[in-house]
Ligand binder design. Structure first.
Ligand code: ADP
Ligand code: MG
Length: 292
């Protein structure tokens, strides 16, 4: 049977918005030495805003209609930002069908003209679309997320987006450091300049910031960290599911996070407040100390 101390800790954690799937996860969390975090939608709000629209064919409205058409079929935070930008300008999304998402790369689909895609440089490279267009340079030099749009090897344009750290991310990380967690790591599928800008705002060391990752890369990094001690991974997306499952403790963002991430995790954060995560970690340690 589960010790009373664990049951009462689980219910205390639940009142603070942290749901453990069982007492085992609480005990493992008490032993965690390393916290790894996804960036988009985990350390950041995931509520990005569109900051630039750069069509290479047609006008801004046409690119946004196409972008919204394909992103309507995605649950990525980038998609919500693009749909919002279209709505604000009164632009109706183009009809797009047969969509297929590639986690950490983008999404492909069909419209009346044929196949089209939206995604990062890796997806563009796979489509054979060169990204060295001089008009794109200003977007690419910034520290913002850039999404490219194209048909096969033809690049149609790009949209840049900016996201901010959650208000509580800094304090949450500081509380973990205060609790003796020295290894705090960020892992993202986004570009390195964006990852560095957000990581530096949060006081992370450059060496602890990993960018341009595929879902499998996050798993490999978690495996590497596991050589040094117990690892918790905190994430929200489909692209985080494998890393959440592989970590000693997977912790999913429970409100805006994806269903797949929640299923792969042992812990759900029902509050976006990162200080609650640190509090749950302290509670886990206190409880383990009582039991031993
Ligand atoms: P993170 O690991 O920070 O949560 P992701 O792995 O989800 O980031 O995304 C990595 C990158 O893949 C994004 O920055 C974007 O360039 C691209 N991407 C992913 N999903 C989409 C999408 N629906 N539309 C366009 N680009 C996408
Ligand atoms: Mg994410």
């Amino acid at each position: 049977s589960v010790p009373a101390a664990i049951l009462s800790a689980l219910s205390a954690a639940a009142r603070g918005g942290v749901l453990f799937k069982g007492g085992g996860a609480l005990e493992t969390l008490s032993e965690v030495r390393i916290f790894a975090f996804d960036k988009t939608g985990t350390l950041t709000t995931g509520k990005a805003t569109v900051t630039g629209i750069l069509p290479l064919e047609g006008d801004e409205a046409a690119l946004l209609a196409l972008a919204a058409g394909v992103e309507r079929h995605s649950e990525h935070p980038i998609a919500a930002a693009i749909l919002m930008a279209a709505e604000e300008r009164g632009i109706r999304p183009n009809p797009v069908w047969n969509t297929r998402a590639s986690p950490s790369e983008g999404i492909e689909g069909m419209d009346e003209t044929g196949p089209l895609w939206a995604g990062n440089p890796r997806l563009a490279a796979r489509m054979g679309a060169p990204l060295d267009h001089p008009r794109l340079a200003p977007l690419q030099q910034g520290s913002q997320t850039v999404v490219y749009f194209g048909r096969g090897s033809q690049l149609l344009g790009a949209i840049s987006l900016a996201d901010q750290p959650r208000e509580t991310s800094s304090r949450g990380l500081a509380a973990l450091r205060k609790a003796g967690i020295e290894r705090l790591v960020m892992m993202t599928g986004d570009r390195r300049p964006v990852a560095l800008a957000i990581g530096q705002k949060l006081g992370l060391e450059d060496a602890a910031i990993h960018a341009d990752l595929l879902p499998g890369d996050k798993v490999r990094l978690v495996d590497g960290l596991a050589q040094e001690g117990r690892v918790a991974f905190v994430g929200d997306g489909v692209n985080d599911a494998a890393a959440l499952a592989r970590a000693d403790v997977g912790i999913a963002m429970g409100v805006a996070g994806s269903e797949v991430a929640l299923q792969a995790a042992e812990v759900a954060l029902l509050s976006d407040n990162m200080e609650r995560l640190a509090a749950a970690h302290r509670l886990a340690r206190r409880t383990a100390a009582v039991i031993r």
